[in-house]
Design a protein around this ligand. Structure first.
Ligand SMILES: Cc1cc2nc3c(=O)[nH]c(=O)nc-3n(C[C@H](O)[C@H](O)[C@H](O)COP(=O)(O)O)c2cc1C
Length: 404
């Protein structure tokens, strides 16, 4: 079978690079979502091979999947024995069989070992050897059918993973595409941080001027969120302490607003194995903050006094492997590296990640960054300009080199 790699715009990460995914599509109306799902998997580097049941073809034409995946669509098993090349013991192409959407019919056939559609034949071939993930989509009356429930439980006992559908309008619908992709990422990522407790801070904090006004900074929290998510994908038990931002994360999150709340949250996780301080915590507090709403008719002065650095307070009480961040604004590379190294020494960090937020496409409010990671012996790891999602993997890879 001739396969060709389709280049894809809007690449998000390379977390699924080298991974082949069989996307099994069955005769649910949610089959119309399968092109979008395949494109999202490809945006993380996966090679997607669509396999369709006869009834799936009544909902969506194979051409749509062929166009979307850039690979031929298997809609019947031929003399090429596609099921063997995708999921067979030896020259298997695939690391995961994902059935999305899965009908009640296909679930029950798999539970009984029946294979009479291309989807169920690929599953029969890979069963017990390749991870299988099933995303049911059906009317609620089918989903609640006790026979279907029994079949799901039976398959779970055999290690088949089921994603929980979104229950809406009397239907068990496909979860959000991003949630399906995230489960795939979790399944296929190496679990090299299993058993590690990781703390990540992200986002800005606010400092009160009066009861209705505050000062803050431009941090979006994106870099820290992506680092937290990367650790979680790789098996760590992660807590994200997140300042006020519009971004959300799939990671267990403790939301904080002020420096004091951030400090308290961080210290309560002092038993973490690894602590990453990516938050842009306020450097100053308003010494003469007021209560109520200060009248807007008169000027008044506020006095800003420096806070103690949270990372310094943390390193006094914790044995964690500590990674700090240092942002400078439009300085030379030498100055950036020198200031970052001074900070690393001053607060007894293990690594410091330096970036220049004054340069184009770097730092706050951008999706990209360029980073320098410096260790105690002044060794520098340069991570050139790239999306923060891709950088997060590289940062975690560098951290891994320092852990035994
Ligand atoms: C328009 C339409 C929508 C359907 N939606 C679903 C569905 O969401 N879930 C389901 O289990 N069956 C659904 N069915 C019924 C299945 O297509 C039917 O059970 C079929 O035998 C499934 O075959 P397959 O599992 O081999 O794809 C639908 C049928 C039609 C015509």
């Amino acid at each position: 079978m001739m396969m060709h790699r389709k280049s894809i715009k809007g690449s998000k990460s390379n977390k699924l690079e080298g991974k082949g995914i069989v996307l099994g599509i069955t005769g649910s109306i949610a089959a119309v979502e399968s092109v979008k799902l395949s494109r999202e998997l490809m945006r993380h580097g996966a090679e997607v091979y669509a396999v369709m049941s006869r009834d799936a073809k009544k909902i969506i034409h194979p051409y749509a999947l062929e166009f979307g995946t850039g690979n031929p669509v298997v809609d019947e098993i031929t003399g090429k024995t596609e099921h063997v090349s995708y999921a067979g013991e030896h020259d298997r192409k695939c690391h995961l069989i994902l059935i999305a959407p899965s009908t009640a019919n296909t679930i029950s056939k798999i539970a009984c070992g029946i294979d009479d559609t291309p989807v169920t034949t690929v599953v029969s071939t890979g069963f017990g050897k390749i991870p299988i993930m099933i995303v049911p989509a059906m009317h609620i009356s089918m989903y609640k059918n006790p026979i279907i429930t029994e079949n799901i439980e039976k398959l779970e006992k055999h290690g088949v993973e089921f994603l929980t559908p979104k229950i809406q309008e009397n239907k068990a619908k496909l979860p959000e595409i991003d949630d399906i992709v995230n489960e795939v990422l979790k399944k296929l990522s190496p679990k090299d941080f299993e058993g590690k407790k990781v703390l990540v801070t992200a986002g800005p904090t606010i400092e009160k001027i009066d009861d209705v006004r505050y000062i803050t900074n431009k941090s979006s929290g994106l870099m820290g969120i992506k680092i937290a998510e990367e650790f979680e994908l790789r098996g760590a038990d992660v807590t994200l302490v997140l300042g006020p931002t519009s971004l959300k994360s799939t990671v267990k999150t403790e939301n904080v607003k002020t420096y004091d709340e951030m400090l308290r949250a961080v210290i309560s996780h002092k038993d973490s194995d690894i602590a990453i301080f990516a938050a842009a915590t306020s450097d100053f507090y308003v010494d003469n903050s007021l209560t109520g709403k200060t009248p807007s008719s008169k000027s008044f002065n506020i006095t800003l006094r420096p806070h103690k650095k949270i990372i310094e307070e943390f390193s006094k009480v914790s044995k964690s492997f500590i990674v700090g961040f240092k942002a400078e604004h439009d300085v030379s590379e030498d100055e950036l590296l020198r200031k970052a190294y001074d900070r690393l020494q001053k607060f007894d960090m293990d690594l410091i990640v330096a970036n220049d937020v004054g340069k184009k496409m770097r730092g706050f409010e951008t999706k990209t960054n360029e980073l320098f990671i410096i260790d105690k012996s002044k060794k520098i790891h340069h991570l050139p300009l790239e999306e923060k999602e891709k950088l997060s993997k590289k940062i975690v890879d560098v951290i891994k080199k320092y852990l035994n």
